[in-house]
Design a protein around this ligand. Structure first.
Ligand SMILES: Cc1cc2nc3c(=O)[nH]c(=O)nc-3n(C[C@H](O)[C@H](O)[C@H](O)COP(=O)(O)O)c2cc1C
Length: 373
């Protein structure tokens, strides 16, 4: 039986054809354990363990669409080609066998280089305007043809996800990668219909991607879009400085076919617009839900004492209280909560939360990144 204070986390949730037993989502986390882009038995077993231990919805690590320079590390999985798709079929079959639900996160890195390796793709790196950050050239500006092919590659990947039996798909539109490079005025200097002075104009590429995905999966299949204000190129960057700007950004994307907005923050408890509703005000997912009416997923340092950026420079994290999270879920600020590192290092995290087994909660150590536990 769940201890009363975590009950809000263990309420079922439904969006279109996706029925979830609880509110906990495994956040998408790149693991780079797929040689030649093919996820093997070890990857399937890693996700199956999370399904066996009660994760409501698993989002896969970023897995790339069929564009020549869509990835920036050699062991990032493909979501195209017979071999990789057979690997993903094993993943979803094992997850379903353990009673779980899962969607792949469809990704194109744009012009962002990996900070883990020096590897570069054989084909030219591509981005909206040949920039990786404001004033920092990297990659070729995409032609009309490259844009059209990319949009249709997202659609093909989504159709494959549905055909293989996945329960949803997530489009990665966050963290300074390709789609976000279109959103961001600092990296989108285009003067055609994919650029412009307003966020709404620069959201056109994302809207076309969403439409392509929606067309591929039909009306009842839930489509998630992950977005962020922050970029790995600039943690302080913001696309929307006001609720009006946020509505201008997100409402058209929901109209284009997004069912769930996955609002990436590094710390879920931080107010998005504290000047309006105070330091304890709505977070990003809270505002996105209020402004669009769409379901939302929040994320960021759940159950841990420090944020994930520190993990990449070797910082460890201690288990932290879930009280603030529970209070926000109880008032329906957002619908679902994604958990990253706590689930990366401990497949049994959800069961421990439900049973109140706080003594066996683990610290997060960056050493966990080296293996698939
Ligand atoms: C090792 C690692 C890999 C990640 N890879 C991705 C990714 O492929 N796609 C993505 O959208 N976010 C990625 N993230 C961000 C996480 O999804 C999540 O937003 C972040 O870790 C914050 O959640 P946490 O504090 O619970 O870990 C990654 C994070 C980590 C730690």
């Amino acid at each position: 039986m769940s201890s009363p204070n975590v009950e809000a986390l263990f309420q079922p949730f439904q969006v279109k054809s996706l029925e979830l037993k609880n509110r906990i989502v495994m956040a998408p986390m790149t693991r780079s354990f797929s040689p030649e882009g093919v996820p093997g038995e070890n990857v399937a077993a890693y996700y199956r363990r999370r399904a066996e231990s009660e994760v409501g919805l698993i989002l896969s690590e970023g897995t790339v669409i069929d564009r020549p320079a869509a990835r920036n590390e050699p062991k990032i999985p493909f979501f195209h080609g017979n071999e990789a798709l057979a690997g993903w079929k094993r993943v979803i079959d094992e997850v379903h066998g353990a009673g779980g639900k899962m969607g792949p996160q469809l990704w194109h890195v744009g012009s962002v280089a990996s900070f883990m390796t020096d590897w570069v793709p054989e084909s030219p790196v591509e981005s909206p305007s040949g920039l990786v950050a404001p004033g920092k050239p990297r990659g070729e500006a995409m032609s009309d043809r490259a844009i059209a092919d990319t949009i249709s590659a997202y659609g093909r990947a989504a159709a494959d996800a549905k055909r293989l039996g996945f329960d949803t798909v997530e489009i990665h539109g966050a963290h300074g990668y390709l789609i976000d490079q279109f959103f961001w005025s600092g990296t989108n200097k285009r003067t055609d219909k994919f650029g412009g002075a307003t966020l709404k104009e620069r959201s056109r590429f994302a809207a076309e991607v969403v439409k392509s995905v929606r067309e591929a999966v039909g009306p009842e299949f839930p489509v998630i879009l992950r977005i962020s204000q922050w970029k790995q190129q600039d943690y302080a960057a913001r696309l929307a400085e006001t609720p009006d700007a946020m509505a201008e950004w997100l409402v058209p994307l929901v109209e284009a076919g997004v069912d769930v907005l996955h609002c990436s923050q590094r710390r879920f408890w931080q107010a998005e617009f504290p000047e309006i509703d105070g330091e304890a005000g709505l977070n990003f997912a809270g505002w996105a839900k209020k402004l669009t009416g769409a379901a939302t997923i929040s994320v960021g340092s759940v159950g841990l004492s420090s944020d994930f950026i520190g993990s990449f420079s070797g910082e460890s994290s201690k288990p932290a209280s879930l009280d603030n999270l529970i209070q926000r879920l109880e008032r329906d600020e957002f619908d679902l909560i994604a958990v990253g590192r706590a689930l990366l290092s401990d497949p049994h995290w959800v069961t421990k939360v439900r049973t109140g087994d706080s003594n066996s909660m683990k610290d997060f150590s960056p050493a966990a990144l080296a293996e698939l536990v």
